[in-house]
Design a protein around this ligand. Sequence first.
Ligand code: DAH
Length: 358
Amino acid sequence: MSDFDTVRAETRAAVEQAADPAALEAVRVAVLGRKGAVTDLMKNLATLAPDARRAYGAAVNALKDELTQLIETRRAELGDAALAQRLTSETVDLSLPARPEAQGRLHPISQTIDEVIAIFGEMGFSVAEGPDIEDDFHNFTALNFPEGHPARDMHDTFYLPDAADGRKLLLRTHTSPVQVRTMMNQTPPIRVIIPGRTYRSDSDQTHTPMFHQVEGLVIDETTHMGHLKGCLAEFAQAYFEVEHVPLRFRPSFFPFTEPSAEVDIGCSRKGGELKIGAGDDWLEILGCGMVHPNVLRHCGVDPGRYQGFAFGMGIERIAMLKYGIPDLRTFFDADLRWLRHYGFVPLDIPSLITGLAR
Ligand code: DAH
């Protein structure tokens, strides 16, 4: 075999065996590189007679072209194989859902707060918030609870050590102190809804030491009790998703409202099943009234010019009524099975257009 045939045969074999682009490149260098086999053949040129050189040079060049072609063909094959390999190993299953169904659930308290905000938001209310740790002034005094008044004792307050400036600190017993903060920081007209945590030292079947309330406050020059009634009727219908919910206002007492009322909604309890809006039974859902002039005064609002209404209700209570949750304490057991059963799909933001709960 001539040197040419040897180089050709060995190169063919090596090219065929090269399993990846790096191995092929090593073959190329060994054959066509500066110290490669083809370059070696070219060196023989000097030893030949001048008239033989031409043909020999042409033959080496032809071999070089042939082997270059061979290597490039193999390189393309290896590239195709690598791509095919990636295409099979990196497949995307387009039939899979783009976003798997969310695993977590929204707690019914969060859902209920979102629903209440959506309903009052439609009526032009904005959300206000205040601190869980309050002082005696905002939680009681400004709300017209005189020092030593028995109404203070009704709240079973958790007291904290006094603040450095002598203020008596406590865990707020209701969301009403945020009425005070709002009136001190905004000028009427005011229309706010105030959801939040509240605390009382009380624990039994129907009380937990921490619970949630939502407070409403409207202050302007002409607001009257008829507006309060219309607003609550609107809320009850939207929240309970019932065409007509009868409302009953019973006279009551709260230090911060005058007159004050407790509101019952019409329901039926036939056959042990609670139905809101039907029947001739009543169920208490909230307290309300016209804001007491003393409260306005304490908050720097002129009672000669402004008036308004307020209301407050328990979130757990209205959540239990709407979603048929029988036991208050289960809200705070952190039991995943309970949450999977009573919880809500996140990102389903409640609105009056898409429906409140799904
Ligand atoms: N703060 C009251 C409570 O916790 C509830 C309440 C009653 C709030 C009447 C109000 C209201 O704003 O007007 O028992």
